[in-house]
Design a protein around this ligand. Structure first.
Ligand code: FO1
Length: 347
């Protein structure tokens, strides 16, 4: 019995972290460290591509069964009658190992036959939906029309795709992000994909958010977690919608878990997407410090990049600890290394 427990625990040890000659004490400590991690419950708040990168590292160093991911659904939208959930699908496909590695979103090696035919039929095809990806949207839309919730369908998609982490939409309500720009109010994908973020952003809102409720399991996943990670995602259009669902920010204040965020901005620029541009257009400081300020009411630890170490003092003066790491994730090794460091900080 004791032997099998140790074998299970060793299964979660990353062999590369072990010294070549390991002493009995060091071995015992490593086993205990891993055992604590095995029983720890972790909840992540996630946007799209940046979050998926970190999460794909996390599931390599932490048991995915103990991980709940709360996904932004503010950029959900309807296209040709189909319900599309881009951020949620990006996380789903990445954890399933089938994401398109070049774009980060969509399915690897997908074909675009349906889209080509639709183009010939005169339809708008600026949102590039591949044939395999379309199957997910058909499945989701059909089941929603049969009366099932976003949550139930997502859990089933995870099961069917072999994803062991529990992926939850932030809410079962439709709460689309609206971009208020110098060219009027645009739906999020209209602004982001069709207009390539070119209109000047004056404000962001989430339609119907005040009447929405957190999806089943979301509040408990925050209140009962041992640790919470805000992934390196855009504070306005990825983490912002999640925090705006009534009850979620309060749960982050009340949880006994340590709450940690990883910066999505390095050296004044976003690693992906329009976060830094949006911060400047909205009159905020486009830096890790600007992001930290938005979460200062509930954050315990903010992880900034080595390139921004001079911001440490300013961010600590907001009332949180700062950890300096390599947050830029160019390779799978970078993803697992950052994830391992976060788990160590939170253990
Ligand atoms: N992003 C693009 O920039 N262009 C696209 O054509 C596009 C298609 C797409 C299809 C499915 C999907 O799940 C995501 C897709 N994305 C596309 C990504 C998505 O629009 C954004 O990355 C997120 O909404 C922002 O996080």
């Amino acid at each position: 019995m004791a032997v099998s427990v140790i074998v299970v625990v060793i299964g979660f040890l990353d062999i590369h972290t072990l010294p070549t000659t390991i002493t009995t004490t060091a071995f015992a400590e490593a086993v205990i460290f891993a055992a604590e991690k095995v029983s720890m419950k972790l909840t992540a708040l996630a946007g799209g591509v940046g979050a998926a990168k970190l999460l794909s590292g996390l599931v390599k160093v932490f048991p995915p069964e103990n991980l709940t991911i709360i996904s932004n659904t503010g950029d959900d939208f309807r296209w040709m009658g189909l319900y599309i959930s881009p951020d949620l699908d990006t996380v789903l496909y990445t954890l399933a190992g089938i994401a398109n590695p070049a774009a980060g979103w969509g399915v690897r090696d997908d074909t675009f036959n349906a889209l080509e035919v639709l183009a010939k039929l005169g339809c708008e095809t600026w949102f590039h939906l591949g044939d395999r990806d379309l199957a997910t949207h058909l499945f989701r839309t059909y089941r929603m029309e049969c009366g099932e919730t976003h949550t139930a369908i997502t859990l089933d998609l995870c099961r069917q795709n072999g994803v062991s982490a529990r992926l939850l939409p932030m809410t079962d309500s439709y709460v689309p992000t609206l971009m208020h720009t110098n060219e009027g109010t645009l739906g999020f994908q209209d602004y982001f994909v069709r207009r390539h973020c070119s209109p000047q952003v004056r404000g962001v809102s989430y339609q119907g958010i005040d009447a929405s409720r957190p999806a089943p399991g979301v509040i408990d996943a925050i209140r009962l977690a041992d640790a919470i990670v805000l992934c390196p995602s855009n504070p306005y259009i990825s983490i912002g919608p999640i925090l705006a669902v009534p009850g979620i920010r309060t749960a982050l204040h009340e949880t006994r878990a340590q709450v940690l965020a990883v910066t999505p901005i390095v050296a004044g620029e976003a690693l992906k997407g329009p976060a830094a541009v949006m911060m400047r257009q909205l009159g905020e400081e486009a830096s890790a410090a600007g992001v930290a300020r938005r979460y200062k009411d509930f954050l315990d630890i903010f992880v900034i990049d080595r390139q921004d170490d001079e911001l440490q003092g300013r961010i600590e003066s907001l009332g949180m600890k700062v950890r300096i790491e390599q947050t830029v994730m160019d390779s799978m090794e970078d993803r697992t290394a950052l994830a391992r460091r976060l788990v160590e900080m939170l253990s």
